[in-house]
Design a protein around this ligand. Structure first.
Ligand code: FAD
Length: 488
């Protein structure tokens, strides 16, 4: 155990009060590890600032042993734990919902890279490392960790694994699950599941680490992760193209996969309003394309070694423009220009947040059905809520759409909530008719739990309940979130 040594003093605190329980935790674990009082609030607010709750305390371990001790102490007090990484998850998975009964455990102090092995193309990193810091260190060693998302300056590896994060490179490298080789996890009884292998092939029975990937902290606390690394792509070509219809994006995607020899690393679609929203957040951004088009695609091809990426992008775009599939386009000629193209994609998120509370979705449909889904779902929303703005964008190569609905300004909180409810119902009705998923990337958390459970088939519910019961029989881990529904 690190920090102040625990003082095993006789019990002289009132365990009925939250303050007393925080004090007891502090005595069991050492003051250095435990925050209480007003400092707790910043760990209890979601990323958008829409929801602020509270917790008995926040535990900030420095080592895996600290995490084990924390789990035991919390269990002894009859409390439960909400694990937290960067708190950028957008579904309230890391935001406690029982201030008197829950303790946040933040991994923010466990940030070390335990091993980076260039010959093995692998690394072992602690769960609290910020994704972009880890990527930078890997790149300094001439390698590449491909997970890339808008929140990478704040989200942490343990959170990425616990949500099975996606991001812009999924079409080439897969979701986080496909990048994980092994895990170290503190289980709800305080014991440690040590599975930090870097083996690529290991078929010795069930692959238990998979249980914790995407579990959103409901089965244990991930303390370290071993991951696959790739050769650093030393050539990257980025292009923004304007299309005459969203359906052309699917044709373009099919063609790009064929023509670009699977070297495509990103393929994002954006509506025209993306540029307005991005410039509301970042007024210095300069419009990269003249003319207005109904849909835009931001695509990236990348590679290392002997391939000619720039030439490939040039030839590809010439071909699709000649065939009339692309109306106009711009290819970044420098890293700075490529970065500014990506800023439109990132800035549009910020621009939406600035317009106030709105419906955010993260849905997926079969790739080929994406344009029809967007068209029908937007029409269903506009029919019911003509004063709202639909903003659909996302990772088209994965069939993943964020169909967000922004209410007009000047409404009361109740009017906004009513519009969000109506829009969500309209979108989900269309989504289910396409056999889609309500969560492509972000998980279930607390926000989507009711919808998740409402459509969970009995057999899956039984299996999930059995797993929960076997791993966390006392329901210590993240109650209120995802899996924690019934154990009977
Ligand atoms: C601007 C923006 C862009 C985003 N873009 C994407 C995107 O493109 N793709 C995507 O997939 N997501 C995206 N997200 C969502 C979010 O960044 C991801 O879900 C990310 O993986 C969450 O990581 P985190 O460290 O912030 O986790 P947190 O929000 O802290 O936690 C998420 C969940 O994991 C659990 N958890 C956290 N750490 C641990 C741990 N060590 N052990 C066990 N459980 C743990 C928490 O209890 C919670 O249930 C975006 C978010 C923002 C704000």
């Amino acid at each position: 155990m690190s920090g102040d040594q625990p003082r095993n003093q006789p019990e002289d605190v009132n365990l009925q009060s939250a303050d007393g329980r925080a004090e007891r935790l502090s005595r069991l674990l050492g003051q250095d590890l435990v925050l209480a009082g007003p400092e707790v609030t910043r760990y209890c607010r979601d990323w958008h600032g829409d929801v602020t709750t509270g917790a008995v305390a926040v535990i900030r371990p420095r080592t895996t042993q600290d995490v084990s001790a924390a789990v035991r102490a919390v269990a002894e007090l009859g409390l439960s734990l909400v694990p937290q990484g960067g708190n950028t998850g957008l579904v309230l998975g890391a935001t406690p919902d029982d201030p008197a009964g829950q303790v946040v455990i933040s991994l923010e102090r466990m940030t070390a890279i335990r091993r980076l092995d260039a010959d093995d193309f692998s690394a072992v990193v602690e769960a609290g490392a910020i994704l972009s810091d880890f990527k930078d260190k890997v790149e300094a060693a001439g390698l590449y960790f491909p997970l890339s998302l808008g929140a990478q300056g704040s989200c942490r590896i343990g959170g990425n694994v616990s949500t099975n994060a996606g991001g812009i490179n999924v079409l080439r490298y897969g979701m986080t699950r496909e990048l994980v080789l092994g895990l170290e996890v503190v289980l709800p009884d305080g014991s440690v599941f040590n599975g930090l292998s870097t083996l690529r092939k290991d078929n010795r029975g069930l692959d238990l680490k998979q249980l914790f990937i995407g579990a959103e902290g409901t089965l244990g606390i991930i303390t370290a992760v071993s991951v696959k690394l790739m050769p650093a792509p030393d050539q990257v070509a980025t292009a923004l193209v304007g299309l005459n219809a969203l359906s052309d994006a699917i044709t373009l995607y099919r063609r790009a996969r064929r023509d670009c020899c699977d070297l495509m690393s990103a393929f994002e679609f954006m509506p025209p309003v993306a540029f307005t929203l991005a410039r509301e957040a970042m007024p210095d951004l300069v419009m990269p394309i003249r003319g207005d088009y109904p849909a835009y695609v931001l695509m990236e091809i990348s590679g290392s070694g002997l391939v000619d990426i720039e030439g490939l992008m040039q030839r590809f775009l010439e071909g699709v423009m000649e065939d009339g599939l692309v109306a106009d386009g711009v290819v970044a000629t420098s890293k700075a220009q490529a970065r500014s193209l990506w800023l439109f994609r990132e800035g549009m998120n910020e621009g939406q947040a600035r317009r106030g509370p709105h419906l955010r979705t993260d849905v997926s449909v079969p790739l080929s059905k994406l344009p029809a889904f967007v068209e029908q779902a937007e029409a269903a929303v506009m029919e019911r809520l003509p004063d709202c703005l639909c903003v659909s964008y996302g990772h088209v190569g994965d069939g993943n759409v964020h169909l967000n609905v922004l209410p007009p300004s000047g409404l009361s909180a109740e009017e906004i909530a009513a519009r969000i409810y109506t829009a969500k119902s309209a979108i989900n009705a269309v989504l289910y008719s396409f056999d889609g998923s309500i969560s492509a990337e972000h998980g279930i958390g607390r926000l989507k739990k009711a919808e998740f459970l409402a459509r969970l088939p009995d057999t899956q519910a039984r299996l999930l309940a059995a797993i929960k019961q076997a791993v966390d029989p006392n329901l210590i881990m993240n109650p209120g979130c995802q899996l924690n529904y019934r154990t009977d």
